[in-house]
Design a protein around this ligand. Structure first.
Ligand SMILES: *Cc1c(COP(=O)(O)O)cnc(C)c1O
Ligand SMILES: [Zn+2]
Length: 415
C-alpha cells in the first residue's frame, strides 16, 4: 500500500524523502508530494473506486499516506446538488453546488485536509499537532485530534466569529488567541513548529495536508458521471484549494478516469482581502500582500502562501477572478439559502456573489456547466446575517392573533 515516492520541490525539482518538510533548502520553493503514477494507473479504476465506501478515502491511492487512514475515516463524499432554482435566478442552464457545508465532522472542506494531515502526523509518530487558523481549520484539527488521541494547539486571531471560537473550545483542546490577523498568527506558527517540533498541519505538514483538498475535485468529477464541468468557482484564502482542484482534474485525466482536463477555474475573494483576484485582474503574477478588512474571516489572508500558484492555475485553465463587497457577500448567502435551502458561511456568500458577477461579465457563459464551491456552514458565522433578516413578530398562542397576523402579512405583500 502507498504510492508516495517522496517530496519534490515545485520550483527546482530536487527530491526529498518522505519527511515533515515543506521548503526546499536550495531554492526555498514549496515541496510537493511525488507519486508513482505508473503504479497507481495499474490499480486504480472507476470500478474499484465505485466499489468503496462513500468517503474521500475511496481515492486513497492518490492521497499521501502509506497505510490505511487512521483519522477521519468517514470524511468527505458530500452532496453535489443540481441547483435548478438558483440557475433560474442567475439565468444559466446547468448549475451545481458542491456542498461541503455538511462535511463530517466539522462542516467545512477543512475536514478533508485535516484527516489527511493527522493520518500523516500519526504515521510520522507525532504526539502533538496544531494549526494557524482563520476558523474552520481550527475546528477540524481540534475535533479530529481528539478522535485520534493527539494533543492539539489551535492558534487563532483573537477576533474570530463566536461560532468558530466555540466550535474549537468545545473539544477541550489548547486554544491560543493572538492579537493580530491571520498573517501574524501564521508567522508565529512557523516559529512554534521550529521550537517545539510539533506537527503544525498547515506549516510543516503543508505538502501532505494540501493533498486532501484534491478529493473535493475528484468527487465533483465522479458525481458528474466521470465528467468535468466547464467551470468551477472556488473561494480563495491561502490559494491552496483552487490549485488542488486543478491537480485533481489533471490526475484524473492522466489516469484515464476522465476524457479530458478542460475545466476553467475561477477564483473568488472578498474585496477587503483580495490579493489574488487583484493580481489576476491586473494581469500580473506578483502578489501584493494586503491587510484584510472583511467579514469573510475564513478567507481573510493578506499574504497567501499559494498566491502565485493560484494565479497561475487560473490563467493556465482560462478562468478569471473577481471579488465582492461585504454587502454583496451577505446577499450571496441569502440568495443561496432562499433558492436552494443551503445555509453557507461568509466564504460561500463570496463564491455565490462572485459567480453572479462573472455571469454578468460573460466570463461564465450561460449555456455552459458551472459548479459553485460551497466550503463552509452558515451556522458558524451568524454575525454576518443576524441584522439583515426580518425579525418575526411574537404572538400569544391564539388563533385570532394568528389570523390577524396572516391578514396583515397578506396586506403588506399586496402593497
Ligand atoms: C480555508 C477556507 C477556504 C480557502 O482555503 P485555501 O485553500 O487556503 O485557499 C475556503 N473556504 C472556507 C470556508 C475555508 O475555511
Ligand atoms: Zn527547490
Amino acid at each position: 500500500m502507498g504510492f508516495v515516492k517522496g517530496l519534490k520541490c515545485r520550483e527546482c525539482g530536487k527530491a526529498y524523502p518522505k519527511e515533515p518538510l515543506h521548503v526546499c533548502s536550495y531554492c526555498f520553493g514549496p515541496l510537493e508530494v511525488d507519486y508513482d503514477y505508473d503504479g497507481i494507473k495499474k490499480v486504480l479504476t472507476r470500478k474499484l473506486i465505485e466499489s468503496r465506501g462513500k468517503t474521500m478515502w475511496r481515492y486513497q491511492e492518490l492521497l499521501p499516506i502509506d497505510g490505511e487512514p487512521t483519522v477521519g475515516a468517514q470524511v468527505g463524499f458530500t452532496p453535489l446538488v443540481k441547483a435548478n432554482n438558483l440557475a433560474r435566478v442567475l439565468g444559466v442552464d446547468e448549475l451545481y453546488i458542491k456542498n461541503d457545508s455538511v462535511n463530517y465532522p466539522t462542516f467545512s472542506f477543512k475536514d478533508r485536509v485535516v484527516s489527511t494531515a493527522l493520518t500523516k502526523a500519526k504515521e510520522f509518530g507525532f504526539k502533538t499537532v496544531g494549526c494557524a487558523t482563520t476558523g474552520n481549520l481550527g475546528n477540524s484539527v481540534a475535533a479530529q485530534a481528539v478522535q485520534a488521541g493527539l494533543e492539539s494547539y489551535i492558534i487563532m486571531p483573537a477576533d474570530l466569529e463566536q461560532g468558530k471560537i466555540i466550535g474549537t473550545l468545545i473539544y477541550g483542546v489548547n486554544v491560543i488567541k493572538v492579537k493580530g490577523n491571520y498573517d501574524n498568527v501564521n508567522k508565529l506558527c512557523s516559529e512554534i513548529a521550529d521550537k517545539y517540533g510539533w506537527a503544525i498541519v498547515n506549516v510543516n505538514l503543508r505538502p501532505y495536508y494540501g493533498e486532501g483538498s484534491k478529493t473535493y475535485g475528484y468527487e465533483i468529477m465522479e458525481q458528474l458521471g466521470w465528467k468535468t464541468p466547464k467551470h468551477i468557482v472556488v473561494p480563495m484564502a491561502g490559494g491552496s484549494l483552487i490549485t488542488k482542484i486543478e491537480k485533481s482534474i489533471k490526475e484524473f485525466a492522466m489516469l484515464g478516469l476522465i476524457d479530458k482536463a478542460d475545466t476553467k477555474l475561477h477564483g473568488a475573494q472578498a474585496s477587503g482581502s483580495s490579493p489574488i483576484t487583484t493580481a489576476v485582474k491586473l494581469e500580473t503574477d506578483v502578489i501584493r500582500p494586503v491587510k484584510p478588512n472583511t467579514i469573510a474571516q475564513s478567507i481573510a489572508i493578506g499574504n497567501p502562501a499559494d498566491g502565485f500558484y493560484s494565479v497561475k492555475t487560473i490563467n493556465v485553465s482560462g478562468g478569471w477572478a473577481e471579488d465582492v463587497t461585504d454587502d454583496e457577500l451577505v446577499e450571496g448567502i441569502k440568495l443561496l439559502a432562499r433558492t436552494e435551502g443551503i445555509f453557507t458561511e461568509t466564504a460561500g456568500g463570496v463564491t455565490v456573489a462572485v459567480t453572479r458577477k462573472l455571469i454578468e461579465q460573460g466570463k461564465l457563459p450561460r449555456n455552459e456547466s458551472i459548479v459553485i464551491s460551497i466550503t463552509g456552514n452558515g451556522l458558524k458565522t451568524q454575525e454576518a446575517v443576524i441584522n439583515k433578516l426580518e425579525i418575526p413578530k411574537i404572538i400569544n398562542p391564539s388563533l385570532a392573533e394568528f389570523v390577524a397576523l396572516i391578514e396583515e402579512k397578506k396586506a403588506a405583500a399586496r402593497r
